[in-house]
Write a new protein. Structure first.
Length: 595
């Protein structure tokens, strides 16, 4: 049977069909949907771990126990997990271990554009790259088989276009013994204990394994040659293979399914059979540099950009500019650009509990704000313009401590979300306490991991799959960390947020303000809608500074200034009441309750 699946759905299906017993991860676009779809299969234990390193260790432990396991994350999550998968390459596996990294060429939802293919070479483990949903499913099984055959974790790299595009997939049945009990751990400290004296014994094993894998790569069935016209030969992998096939339908192709280690014999055969060799790959010249190191002349990044995703239009335009493709062959359809549209920044949703925090911070111009990863990134944009730094998960707390010990004269605060606090914010808070710091940290607790699709975290009383679990209280964690000045305030009470922040900034020591209020999408729902008394409104624009999409302009004009008065869109309003709280004329009021 065939079904239309996204790449993420297909990877989840592959985990089911090929006998994965344990699947872990941390949410992050474009990988989040993989584990959510895995959770629909009752035969697989799945969890959102507290961060990517924990997810990696859980999957490694399941592999040591002899079960097939899979861990998924977005590209920057690999940085968090790196310490663990490096040791797993040395120890090897028992059950197959598949590491799925979802890269983001074009940075559609990421803070950098790192190319995680380098991790395969750096850690010395094989890597597969899927070009469509069928390969995404198939490569799960192939990766697990390779893992078990070669006693190594295997990296499966996908990218945003594969993850979120749908292509037909042939479905199969599950191949696993779901009834048998897991046997006792096969103890082998020389293999599984990575102390220096035993790890030294494992390094030669890793090197020998990669050397043999490189010799076998040319026999790998998903590395294949497609002979066309011999004037031009193209090496490509992932979705770029499909783009290039569309632009160069008559060229010869070497399509890479295993992009590390490279199939050197196949590459030499292909290069010898074409007049010009072209390497088309997104981001870094990962394949190009290795082919050049083989002494083979080729072109790549002198033609195609190292930044952003490649598309048929980009490939076509670059090839035409380089003289590889005639201008007459450039598709007119791909030259047609949509008309310029008005710019519109992303905004916090109506009823977002983060709005009060950034409204308060936007009014305190002297306060330096160290931001973090989450929906509250939007605090950096108009109308708030209230974030001065943002780099990585948990970075806000450590950066704020850096401000402190560097002695900046400005008042400063770290702003971090609940899921991010559990992910990597606790350790830097302990660092502040231990080292006698005086930073203020605002933890925005909206009861979910909202930005990536409302996944659970330890501060939520429900885990992936809907099972009720114990909730970890953020306040208890903060107090246990040694912070004495801790306040919990209602996120929908602007004056309470303002007062708590001012007290925290004045406190001589570490201070934490927990701004508590549920994301609208996991909360109780709308509390009613608001409206504007146009007789009282003076078109001052104060309500607009909340950046709420429900606050709009009416057609009525305030005579003294000629400005349009405020209005509330009843379709978008959820009754959070913040606009009424900030209106200096008390012109905004609740009109009805939701039944």
């Amino acid at each position: 049977m065939r079904s239309l699946l996204s790449g993420n759905e297909a990877i989840a299906r592959g985990a089911y069909e090929y006998g994965v017993k344990v699947a872990t991860g941390y949410p992050g676009t474009p990988s989040s949907e993989i584990l959510e779809h895995v959770a629909r299969y009752q035969e697989i234990y799945s969890e959102w771990s507290v961060n990517e390193k924990v997810a990696m260790d859980v999957a490694i432990g399941a592999s040591y126990a002899g079960q097939r396991s899979m861990v998924v994350m977005k590209q920057v999550g690999m940085n968090v997990a790196a310490d663990s998968f490096f040791y797993a390459v040395y120890t090897g596996v028992r059950g197959g271990l598949l590491i799925v990294t979802a890269d983001d060429p074009g940075m559609f939802s990421s803070q950098n554009e790192q190319d995680n293919r380098h991790y395969a070479r750096f850690a010395k483990m094989p890597m597969l790259e899927c070009a469509d949903s069928q390969e995404a499913k198939d490569f799960v099984g192939i990766g697990l088989e390779l893992s078990e055959e070669w006693d190594t974790p295997v990296l499966l790299r996908t990218v945003m276009r594969v993850a979120h595009s749908a292509t037909p997939v042939e479905l199969g049945e599950r191949k696993a013994d779901d009834e048998g009990a897991t046997p006792p751990l096969d103890r082998d400290p020389h293999k599984l204990v990575s102390t220096a004296m035993w790890a030294r014994e494992r390094h030669p094993v890793v090197e020998a394994r990669m050397k043999e894998l490189a010799q076998k790569a040319s026999e790998f069935p998903y590395n294949w040659l497609e002979w066309g016209e011999r004037k031009l030969g193209i090496v490509a992998s992932g979705p770029v293979y499909h783009y290039a096939r569309e632009v160069f339908p008559n060229a010869s192709f070497l399509k890479l399914g295993m992009s590390y280690p490279l199939p050197t014999a196949l590459i030499r055969e292909f290069a010898a059979g074409v007049e010009e060799l072209l390497i088309i790959e997104e981001l870094d010249p990962f394949v190009e540099e290795q082919i050049k190191a083989m002494g083979i002349e080729c072109r790549g990044k002198d033609i195609f950009p190292a930044c952003g995703e490649l598309t048929t239009a980009v490939i076509e335009g670059c090839a035409a500019e380089a003289g590889i493709l005639g201008q007459e062959a450039v598709s007119v359809a791909r030259k047609v650009a949509p008309p310029d549209l008005p710019g519109r920044s992303p905004v916090l949703c109506p009823g977002c509990p983060h709005r009060s925090t950034f409204y308060v911070l936007s009014r305190k111009k002297k306060v330096v704000v160290a931001g973090d990863i989450g929906c509250y990134n939007l605090g950096a944009l108009p109308p708030f313009n209230a974030t001065d730094t943002m780099g990585a998960m948990g970075a806000s707390v450590g950066v704020a401590h850096g401000f402190d010990v560097a002695g900046i004269p400005d008042p400063f605060v770290a702003v971090i979300g609940d899921s991010t606090f559990f992910h990597s914010g606790i350790a830097p808070l302990l660092d502040i306490v231990h080292n006698g710091g005086k930073s203020t940290v605002m933890i925005l607790d909206n009861h979910t991991t909202a930005m990536t699709g409302h996944q659970d975290h330890p501060g939520v009383a429900e885990k992936l799959g809907g099972e009720r679990v114990r909730k970890v209280e953020i306040e208890a964690v903060v107090r246990a960390s040694g912070v004495d000045h801790v306040q919990v305030v209602d996120a929908f009470d602007i004056q309470a947020v303002k007062g708590a922040l001012e007290e925290a900034l004045e406190f001589d020591g570490p201070s934490v303000v927990i701004v508590d209020g549920p994301c609208y999408f996991v909360g109780p729902g709308a509390a009613g809608i608001h409206d504007v008394d146009l007789e009282a409104c003076i078109a001052c624009g104060t309500c607009a500074r909340l950046g709420c999409p429900a606050v709009i302009r009416s057609d009525e004009v305030f005579a003294k200034t000629g400005k349009r008065k405020a209005a509330i869109d009843p379709v978008l309003c959820v009754g959070c009441d913040m606009c009424a709280q900030v209106c200096p004329r008390e012109a905004i009021y609740a009109v009805e309750a939701t039944i």
